[in-house]
Ligand binder design. Structure first.
Ligand code: ADP
Ligand code: MG
Length: 258
C-alpha cells in the first residue's frame, strides 16, 4: 500500500521542504517509487529539485480542479525513482477557490487517487499555515510527519498543529496517523537543542525519530543547485542524516504507532 506522508508545521523556516525533498530523494535512492507533491505556492520543493515552470507547463493548481489531468502534470527528476508534481504561485488561488466548494477538504485526496497506486511513497510538502491547502494535504495523507526546529516555544508551536491533526482525524480522515516529530537544524553545542529534544521525548515519547538532522550548510546550498543533498554532497552530515531518517521511516511500518 502507498504510504502518503504529509510534512507539516504551520511555522515557516523549520525544515519542512528540506525534509520532504531529501527524504523523498533518499527513499528514491533506495529504489522506492516516490512522488513529491509540492503543495506550497512558494514552490520551494519544485525549485529545490531544479524545476522552474515554463509557459504551458501544468502544475498542481491546474490539476486541482481538473483531476483527470494529474498524470500530465507529474514529471521526472534527475533521480530515476523520483517524480514531482510541481507547484506554482497561482496555487494561492486554489485556497480562495476552494473556500466555497462543497467537500473542499478532499480535492487533493481525490486528485491523487488515480495515480497513488504507482508509488511506494507520496510526500506532500505543505505551506507554512493551517489553511485549506494544508487541510487538503492532511486529508490526502495516511501519515503526518512534523519537522521541529530546536528553539524556544517549539512545542507550544506544534500544539496547534496537533489539535488540527486530532480534529482532521476525528472528522475528515480517520486513517491519518501521527508518524512522528523530526528535529531539524540541531546544534549539539547549543544547550537549548538538547533541552528541546528532552522535552519532545517527554511529551511525545513514541513519536520522536531517533535521527536528528544537524544544522549543515550543504543542506542549505543544495537547493540553489536544484539538487537533493545526496546528489549534491553525499558525504555531508546532512546527506547521512536524511539517509538515516529514510531508513527509519522505511522501517517504521504505518500503523505501528498511534
Ligand atoms: P520550511 O519549508 O519549513 O519553510 P525550509 O526547509 O525551506 O523550511 O528551511 C528553511 C531554510 O533553512 C532554508 O533556507 C533551508 O535551506 C535551511 N535549512 C533547512 N534545514 C537545514 C539544516 N538542517 N541545516 C542548515 N540549513 C537548513
Ligand atoms: Mg517550505
Amino acid at each position: 500500500m502507498t504510504r502518503q506522508i504529509v510534512v507539516a508545521n504551520q511555522k515557516g523556516g523549520v525544515g519542512k521542504t528540506t525534509t520532504a525533498v531529501n527524504l523523498a530523494a533518499c527513499l528514491a535512492a533506495m529504489e522506492k517509487n516516490v512522488l513529491l507533491v509540492d503543495c506550497d505556492p512558494q514552490a520551494n520543493a519544485s525549485s529545490g529539485l531544479g524545476y522552474y515552470p515554463e509557459e504551458g507547463d501544468l502544475g498542481l493548481y491546474d490539476v486541482f480542479f481538473q483531476s483527470e489531468r494529474v498524470q500530465d502534470a507529474i514529471r521526472g527528476t534527475d533521480l530515476p525513482y523520483l517524480s514531482l508534481l510541481p507547484s506554482s504561485q497561482d496555487l494561492v488561488g486554489a485556497e480562495l477557490e476552494l473556500a466555497d466548494k462543497l467537500g473542499r477538504e478532499f480535492y487533493l485526496r481525490d486528485m491523487l487517487e488515480s495515480v497513488s497506486g504507482k508509488y511506494d511513497y507520496i510526500f506532500l510538502d505543505c505551506p507554512p499555515s493551517l489553511g485549506l491547502l494544508t487541510v487538503n494535504a492532511l486529508c490526502a495523507a495516511t501519515e503526518l510527519m512534523v519537522p521541529l526546529q530546536c528553539e524556544y516555544y517549539a512545542l507550544e508551536g506544534i500544539a496547534q498543529l496537533l489539535k488540527t491533526y486530532t480534529l482532521v482525524k476525528k472528522r475528515l480522515n480517520p486513517s491519518l496517523r501521527f508518524l512522528g516529530v523530526v528535529l531539524t537544524m540541531y546544534d549539539k553545542r547549543n544547550r537549548l537543542s538538547s533541552q528541546v529534544k528532552n522535552e519532545v521525548r517527554r511529551t511525545l515519547p513514541d513519536h520522536l525519530f531517533e535521527t536528528v538532522v544537524p544544522r549543515n550548510v550543504r543542506l542549505s546550498e543544495a537547493p540553489s543547485f536544484g539538487k537533493p543533498v545526496i546528489s549534491y554532497d553525499i558525504r555531508s552530515p546532512g546527506a547521512s542524516s536524511y539517509l538515516a531518517l529514510a531508513q527509519e521511516v522505511a522501517s517504521r511500518p504505518p500503523g505501528r504507532r498511534a
